[in-house]
Write a protein that binds this ligand. Structure first.
Ligand code: NAP
Length: 494
């Protein structure tokens, strides 16, 4: 199988890449997807309460507005259906191969092509390789003494066990990120008892939640400008800009405003002073990814819910023993313990020029020039790669801007300006030095644990303003690239 382009992953970013290649009139590409369906994170996550905390009209492709969203914040199944609809409308199905897990990608310097191996032994090759393999993809299974001995159902939030009967049951939820908070909110009215095991509490940003009426949906349908008002309007974007300012400048008025809001939310919403203190974080707001919730504080004040802060000593066959000696008898345990955020395309083996392995290049930390391209991995580009923007905004918007950048690089290949293109070594070294220095000063580095931090405690994120990101994505600086006409190891520019 030989193609111009191989895309890995049929989630949000892979679908985007496919649509954009079609827009350019390209049809010599394939999207390999290891699962049997599209949707990425929205296929993998099926937990009760699953909601995207970015307003639905902003969590859509710019080229596919959706007047039919049911509410300000859309639920998981609805979002997955949206992506399926985009695939159908753009005729992308014929480019997709499911149950096709890519296990190895090796650059053939002589042929100047990526040779790709699939788990079932099939092989394919392409000139361009796009990693759209997701960020939060590999579940983090905690090492908790006795977990294996639990006799009820115990499963990770992204591996939802449909056979687990949670209605009327006693359920333990371990983990307090966006996922755990949403699950507790949903189970609080369904389960007989919910114990929320929190290693560290979270700041909660209060947000409104409301369904869209039939009349509103009709209005969105008849006048798409109403959708644009939400997606591109001042209310949404000034919020993004203020949030971004707060992230990069912890002493800014914008950060003070966020801190005041989340503090007031805690003080005003939680009546019991003992519970309030249990829920009070000892780090700055937005240090961990800020939780946006309209129902969590209400949920934890229901009689069925217990917030457990004393730490898990061990799991027994019939429940969880905490360090203060309390035993919680449980029928099921949900591990909302997050993901291994340093994996990206791995465990797929990726070998660049000279057989250099991505595992070796990333031995210290995953990194890429502008989160997109890596020296000696020619014509290999990542969407939502390492060090890209993270925060409470739409990753679709980020991926679209990244594609705009990648497409300009591809244009050099299409025009024959070069046969190979990737970041130069000096450019990446300089970029990464500046990125790390700036990242340490962001709120993410202000003293908490989170999936944003790498093994050395450096925030793995874009550390500058949103405007700076948009500017960087607007046009590649070719002087930072290694463009080659031949497989020669001498760069034309670097
Ligand atoms: P997460 O934010 O990484 O949270 C993991 C939780 O598990 C934390 O509370 C962590 O505690 C806890 N934990 C991990 N290992 C543990 C252990 N051994 N013992 C006890 N507790 C342990 O994961 P997530 O909630 O799945 O969310 C990940 C990201 O997915 C979010 O930040 C967001 O970007 C995305 N997400 C988005 C939405 C949305 O609405 N857009 C919804 C869900 C998820 P510590 O904090 O103490 O480490």
């Amino acid at each position: 199988m030989s193609y111009q382009t191989i895309i890995i992953g049929a989630g949000m970013a892979g679908i985007l890449a496919g649509v954009k290649l079609r827009e350019k009139g390209e049809d010599d590409f394939v999207i390999f997807e290891k699962a049997s369906d599209v949707g990425g994170t929205w296929r993998e996550n099926r937990y009760p309460g699953l909601t995207c905390d970015v307003p639905a009209h902003a969590y859509t492709y710019s080229f596919a507005p959706n007047p039919e969203w049911s509410a300000l914040y859309a639920g998981g199944p609805e979002i997955k259906a949206y992506f399926q609809g985009v695939v159908e409308r753009h005729g992308l199905g014929r480019f997709m191969q499911f149950n096709s897990e890519v296990t190895r990608c090796a650059y053939d310097e002589t042929a100047r092509r990526w040779r790709v191996t699939l788990a079932d032994g099939r092989e394919a090759q392409a000139r361009v390789l796009i990693a759209a393999s997701g960020v939060l993809h590999h579940p983090n299974i905690p090492e908790i003494d006795g977990l294996d001995s639990f006799e009820g159902r115990a499963f990770h939030s992204a591996r939802w066990d449909d056979a687990a009967e949670l209605d009327g049951a006693r359920v333990g939820v371990i983990g307090n990120g966006s996922t755990g908070v949403q699950i507790v909110g949903a189970l609080s009215t369904r389960s007989a008892a919910v114990v929320h095991f929190q290693r560290s509490p979270q700041w909660i940003m209060p947000v409104p939640y409301f369904p869209y009426s039939d009349e509103e949906r009709r209005a969105f349908r008849e006048d798409p400008a109403r959708i644009d008002e939400i997606r591109y309007g001042e209310a949404y974007w000034s919020g993004i800009r203020r949030f971004n300012k707060a992230i990069v400048d912890v002493n800014s008025p914008e950060m003070a405003e966020i801190e005041a809001i989340v503090l007031a939310n805690l003080e005003d919403s939680v009546a019991d002073p003992i519970l309030r203190e249990k829920l009070r974080p000892n780090y700055r707001a937005a240090c961990k990814r800020l939780i946006y919730s309209w129902n969590y504080y209400e949920a934890v004040q229901r009689p069925s819910v217990t917030v457990e802060r004393s730490g898990i000593a061990h799991v027994a066959p019939d429940g969880v023993q905490t360090r203060d000696g309390t035993f919680h008898r449980l029928d099921a345990i949900v591990l909302a313990t997050g993901f291994r955020a340093d994996r990206f395309i791995r465990p797929t083996t990726v070998l660049g020029r000279g057989g250099v392995s991505l595992d070796d290049v990333w031995a210290r930390r995953p990194h890429a020039y502008l989160a997109i391209t890596i020296p000696d991995f020619p014509n290999f580009f990542m969407l939502n790669g390492p060090g890209g923007p993270v925060g409470n905004f739409s990753l679709i918007d980020i991926a679209e801007r990244q594609w705009g950048y990648i497409d300009q690089l591809l244009e050099h290949l299409r025009r024959g300006d070069c046969a190979e293109i990737c970041a130069g070594r000096a450019a990446l070294a300089d970029y990464e030095t500046r990125r790390i220095a700036a990242a340490k000063t962001t709120v993410f580095g202000s003293g908490c644990t989170s999936w944003y931090l790498d093994s050395e405690g450096v925030p793995a994120s874009w550390p500058w303003s949103y405007e700076a990101f948009a500017e960087a994505m607007s046009a590649p600086k070719l002087a930072d690239f290694d463009l080659r006409m031949t497989p020669s190891r001498e760069p034309v520019t670097a």
